[in-house]
Design a protein around this ligand. Sequence first.
Ligand SMILES: [Ca+2]
Ligand SMILES: [Ca+2]
Length: 150
Amino acid sequence: MRLSGIIVAALAGRALGHGDHGSGSQRPVVDENASWMQKHMAEEHHAADFDAASFFALHDFDGDGSWDGEEILRTYGLMDESNKHVTEDRKAEIVGVITKLLDTNRDGVVSRDEFVHVIEVEGKTLPDMGTGPGHHGDDEYEYEIHHWEK
Ligand SMILES: [Ca+2]
Ligand SMILES: [Ca+2]
């Protein structure tokens, strides 16, 4: 019994990724080799397990069923202070890369079905565009939407 207890503790320690070092105890720690999507979900949304549809819904900030360029930028943290040095040209380039990857019917926006198909059927993943983990506060966005509508 004692031995199995030790094994369980060791496995739990691995799963939590050394959660007792430092402050991120509620943050799932992902492997260094995890995709950008997995890192983003772990670091920004504290979610270790998700599917393409929930990833899509979480980043369809206005809930209209498709991703436009601004939502792609926000997903990548490009509406955040930490990326304010990124030039407009680079932002347009990032939107272009992501749109090219996901917008399979070329209508300029990424639908939920397109996203789910590319991720789950084609087995692709969102590339790391070098913009960090993708900071985007939903509360902040609500405020901005409200602000812009005035
Ligand atoms: Ca949308
Ligand atoms: Ca489309």
